[in-house]
Design a protein around this ligand. Structure first.
Ligand SMILES: [Mg+2]
Length: 227
């Protein structure tokens, strides 16, 4: 019996490109719920947790970083996000659907999420593209400021889903930013970097992933390492 392999997928830039629907929903929330017009700042989004992005936006706009304001923000964000997803013409990235179908058909693979999105936001984004049914567990960005802590949550969720401890050496973190690679390291997992997001192959190579792919059409290379 081969060892169970656990694949933990990032969402934005890895599985889908939403045409920046998430970012647009963040800004619409600031505008409509907190009455701040279009932003002039350089808060980074890529690879980060939604909780940490909200903290930075609050800091920038001098909104008090309280649980009440955070809850108010996400409640409004979850109303904006489906509107933005509908309006932005996003796409499922190359190779993604074929890979998920292939992995879902195997008894020795478990598929989960490792994303900075909130759990509700992740469900909205993947549901929009008809991909949510492939994912049974995950780590999310609702509470954590640091992606490394999301990785720990995802690893624990994998263990709970499978009903046994998961060896990090059988875990594959698949993402499109250096932060995805870093959080794979934090839990002792393999890092698979894919250049379909905001980072080039060269930029990702500098972060030294275990496997570097142009897109998930090339994911056979990852599966080849399991046998
Ligand atoms: Mg990403």
């Amino acid at each position: 019996m081969p060892a169970m392999q656990v694949c933990l997928f990032d969402i934005d830039g890895t599985l889908i490109n939403t045409g920046r629907a998430g970012r647009a929903a963040f800004y619409a929330t600031l505008e409509h719920e907190f009455q701040f017009p279009a932003p002039h700042h350089d808060v980074a989004f890529s690879g980060r947790t939604d909780r940490s992005i909200v903290r930075d936006l609050f800091h920038h706009h001098e909104i008090e970083n309280t649980p009440e304001n955070t809850s108010r923000f996400f409640t409004a964000y979850w109303k904006q996000l489906p509107l933005m997803l509908n309006g932005r013409g996003g796409v499922v990235l190359p190779g993604v659907e074929a890979l998920l179908v292939q992995l879902a058909g195997r008894q020795d693979v478990a598929i989960g999420l490792l994303t900075g999105n909130t759990q509700i936001g992740a469900g909205m984004k993947l549901g929009h593209f008809g991909l949510m049914q492939y994912f049974s567990f995950g780590g999310y960005g609702d509470q954590h400021l640091d992606r490394n802590h999301v990785a720990a949550e995802a690893l624990q969720a994998a263990g709970e889903f499978l009903g046994k401890n998961v060896e990090p050496t059988n875990v594959w973190v698949i993402g499109d930013t250096p932060l995805d690679i870093r959080c794979a390291r934090a839990i002792g997992a393999h890092a698979v970097a894919v250049a379909t997001g905001g980072h080039s192959l060269d930029e990702l190579a500098q972060a030294k992933p275990d496997l570097l792919l142009a897109d998930l059409d090339a994911a056979e290379e990852m599966l080849g390492r399991w046998s």
